[in-house]
Design a binder for this molecule. Structure first.
Ligand SMILES: Cc1cc2nc3c(=O)[nH]c(=O)nc-3n(C[C@H](O)[C@H](O)[C@H](O)COP(=O)(O)O)c2cc1C
Length: 177
């Protein structure tokens, strides 16, 4: 793959929130989890866990624990990403334990970009930690990082939303010589 291919993918990736209700197949979801596995993680701890929520009742309860969640019911798949904070490297302590959680975010971006490459839309969904933690029966050492809703584009959704504007390049970097 060339830089131009990857640049095009990044340009085309956008948050897709409305879907055509056709469920995603288990194989499609597993394909995305397969590339999530390849993400970088602190000390290669791979602290992520992916809860693929197929159950409608559970999905509805999770929807109630999301920031803007009305669209989750129509999504083809819903994945909750959690972090196992006990997966610290053996015989080493982490310089910054929060990097376990950052690692999970890297995996989420793999999923979102991979979905776009497969012609599947998706968006990050902010989740309220407390209720989701108990709904998924997580242990004290696991934290909720976020949700990803995925699905097939509803016509028109492949276009950029108004929120797709970006700050200019010149404004976001400082070169230290
Ligand atoms: C940490 C994080 C939390 C987000 N939470 C939500 C959310 O709860 N609901 C939603 O519709 N989009 C959510 N988004 C998507 C952003 O709204 C979106 O990325 C932003 O508006 C830029 O649009 P774009 O992704 O189409 O470029 C979230 C994104 C991030 C990175």
């Amino acid at each position: 793959m060339t830089y131009e291919d990857f640049q095009k993918l990044c340009h085309e990736r956008r948050s897709v929130r409305y879907f055509n209700h056709k469920p995603m197949t288990k194989e499609e979801v597993l394909q995305l989890l397969e590339i999530a596995r390849l993400s970088p993680s602190v000390e290669n701890t791979q602290p992520w866990h992916f809860h693929v929520i197929m159950n409608e009742i559970l999905r509805t309860k999770l929807m109630e624990s999301s920031c803007y969640g009305n669209f989750v019911a129509g999504a083809g798949a819903f994945i909750v990403v959690t972090c196992d904070r006990m997966r610290s490297p053996t015989a080493k302590t982490l310089w910054n334990p929060r990097e376990l959680e950052y690692s999970c975010i890297a995996a989420m971006e793999h999923i979102l970009l991979g979905a776009m490459a497969m012609g599947i839309g998706g968006s990050w969904v902010s989740l309220h930690h407390g209720p989701v933690h108990s709904l998924l029966k997580l242990s004290a050492s696991q934290s909720v990082i976020g949700g990803i809703m995925l699905g097939r584009f509803r016509r028109g959704e492949e276009k950029a939303s108004t929120e797709h504007d970006r700050r200019p390049l010149a404004e976001i970097y400082t070169m230290h010589h």
